[in-house]
Design a protein around this ligand. Structure first.
Ligand code: GLN
Length: 308
């Protein structure tokens, strides 16, 4: 079989003519400033190699990909009690939808739609000041990426704070059902900063590697979560990681994945690799258009689908 490096190089070259496809998110004004022609792929294998191509060393706003790390952290401190406050079902609606919350009494469908991620932040905030909670999330991501240079982009956090009225509505609505334990402004402060973490494909692929390796960081042997929990986080990524595009992502790529409106996707090939792609143009569900295609090609060419 062709080497992994030549496979990603081939995919990159084939997709160059389509750079700029999709639509860059502009509802967070700061995100609209990104160059739509950026494109990077990084693959970190459980054997310890990292293969990268294109703009894989450039930092971008990981946005909702951060929800995977926040969920991992919150499950560590709250355990399965977290599932009393947030469900585990695909939503079939947009990432920032409010409609289901009324029918389901303020319990969001899953931890990856905005409402669910806001509840997860609220859980992390317990017994902390917002700054400490943000620090805890950032330290966790830095440790996973084994890179102290991972940082929060303050301009993105501010931009979202100024314009995040839907998220404020979601948080306030959940507060009215008693499913938010802190004032919406405080919980959202944590949420916006978490979403504003900036990472490169290389850093992100390394940070996701524990999920591909049964919960354990291969290079250090450090157990981040149990094998069972890693499996369950991957199950949620597969069923809920792309919002109302999750079914199509599973159909096309066949791997657990989590997207962000910054144009990044983190995907997991169990027992093989963690993959990060970045292309800012999004499809109608808010998932990277070229990034999804690159992952589809990679999964096909490497035979990595979890469905065999
Ligand atoms: N910070 C973004 C928001 O709350 C995250 C959305 C996303 O990446 N899908 O709208």
């Amino acid at each position: 079989m062709a080497s992994l490096q030549s496979v990603i190089q081939g995919i990159y070259t084939e997709l160059l003519s389509r750079l700029g496809s999709g639509k860059v998110a502009d509802y967070i004004p700061e995100l609209a400033k990104v160059n739509p022609r950026r494109f990077g792929i990084a693959v970190a294998t459980v054997d310890g190699d990292v293969h990268a191509v294109g703009d894989a060393e450039e930092s971008f706003s990981i946005q909702s990909i951060s929800k995977v790390f926040a969920l991992t952290l919150a499950l560590g401190t709250h355990g399965d009690a977290l599932w009393k406050r947030v469900g585990r079902e695909p939503s079939g609606s947009a990432f920032n939808s409010i409609v289901q919350l009324e029918h389901e009494s303020g319990i969001p469908r899953n931890p990856f739609i905005n409402a669910g991620a806001i509840v997860v932040c609220d859980a992390i905030l317990a017994r902390h000041r917002p700054k400490e909670a943000i620090g805890e999330i950032l330290r966790f991501v830095r440790a996973l990426a084994d890179d102290e240079t991972v940082a929060i982009d303050p301009a993105v956090a501010r931009s979202e704070q100024k314009t995040g009225f839907r998220n404020l509505a979601l948080a306030s609505y959940m507060r009215s059902f008693g499913n938010l334990h802190h004032p919406p402004e405080l919980t959202l402060g944590v949420y916006f900063h978490q979403c504003a973490i900036a990472m490169s494909c290389r850093q992100l692929a390394r940070a996701g590697l524990f999920l591909a390796n049964g919960g354990c960081v291969p290079s250090t042997g450090f157990t981040v979560v149990s094998r069972e929990r890693a499996r369950r986080i991957c199950a949620l990524m597969l069923t809920c990681g792309h919002y109302d595009g999750s079914g199509d992502f599973a159909f096309r790529v066949g791997l657990p994945g989590k997207s962000g409106v910054g144009g990044g996707i983190l995907a997991v090939a169990p027992n093989r690799a963690s993959i990060a792609v970045w292309s800012p143009g999004l499809d109608k569900h808010g998932n990277s258009e070229l990034g999804t295609l690159a992952l589809q090609m990679l999964a096909e060419r490497m035979g990595w689908s979890i469905f065999g």
